[in-house]
Design a protein around this ligand. Structure first.
Ligand SMILES: CC(C)(COP(=O)(O)OP(=O)(O)OC[C@H]1O[C@@H](n2cnc3c(N)ncnc32)[C@H](O)[C@@H]1OP(=O)(O)O)[C@@H](O)C(=O)NCCC(=O)NCCS
Length: 233
């Protein structure tokens, strides 16, 4: 299985993206007070419409989504799916000024991207996100290397959590992502039966990104989109 992941900069695509949203999405976008967060929402929802359109062979405006939170059962959040083909897995992530999207031709996928300058101090969060072995490894690194190691760890864990659909409900300290595949350290509820393969994605300087898939992809291509209309599957 070969896999393509698309990266979109909000700056170059937000105007085009805004024209693709449903009335409900446009109303939600208007409620954001922070411009950066609003632009990420607008581009994320538009690129999901374009991907659905390309995969399903329908107009972007006809794409409908289903979400289902595995924690609370709410249908307003959780892993998104195309209602017309719910077996088809895709994942989206956004941070800073970039949106990342990809789909799995077969199997499952999770993506995560983080801007390296994010304000939350992941180093301080280490006891809550790293397994004991990961915590020891990062703790032994020179201080100037710890921040990027934490970002790498976090994006890999979030990619796994988005593949399973559990999001932050997955106990991050109970599984490890240091290897080529994620491994549960003891029993983890709803842990996937199949191996979950991990890759770090070279997206852009200033960002850390990871891909989780099951099964392993042979090739992964990261493609930068300057226009959403150029998304072809
Ligand atoms: C899923 C989650 C890990 C995403 O983290 P994040 O770094 O903030 O966001 P990202 O930019 O990486 O990803 C956002 C995208 O992930 C997708 N997503 C949301 N929940 C998801 C889940 N459970 N599994 C997979 N993908 C999910 C959405 O498509 C979302 O983009 P969109 O809203 O623009 O469509 C995190 O938001 C989460 O777990 N949220 C749940 C919070 C919660 O528990 N709320 C209470 C519920 S009862």
């Amino acid at each position: 299985m070969d896999l393509r992941v698309w990266v979109v900069a909000t700056e170059t695509s937000v105007t085009e993206a805004a024209s693709l949203l449903s009335d409900d999405e446009t109303a939600r976008a208007a409620r954001f007070t922070a411009e950066g967060a609003r632009d990420l929402f607008v581009v994320s929802r538009a690129v999901q419409r374009m991907l659905g359109s390309a995969l399903l062979g329908i107009a972007p405006g006809e794409v409908t989504f289903g979400r289902n939170c595995l924690r609370c059962g709410d249908r307003d959040h959780g892993k998104p799916r195309f209602l017309a083909r719910q077996s088809l897995e895709y994942s989206v992530s956004h941070s800073g000024a970039l949106v990342l999207v990809g789909y799995a031709p077969t199997g499952r996928i999770g993506l995560d991207i983080e801007a390296d300058d994010r304000r939350t101090d992941l180093t301080a969060m280490l006891p809550r996100i790293a397994s004991p072995a990961e915590g020891r490894r990062i703790g032994q690194l020179p201080p100037k290397e710890r921040r990027s190691a934490c970002l790498r760890l976090w994006t890999r864990k979030e990619a796994v959590a988005k593949l399973t659909g559990h999001g932050l409900a997955l106990p991050f300290i109970k599984f490890s992502v240091d290897g080529q595949t994620a491994s549960a350290d003891g029993p983890v509820a709803d842990w996937p039966d199949e191996p979950v393969w991990l890759r770090d994605l070279p997206v852009q300087a200033g960002y850390t990104a990871a891909l989780a898939t099951s099964p392993a992809p042979a090739e992964v291509t990261v493609e930068r989109l300057t226009s959403l209309a150029a998304l072809r599957v």
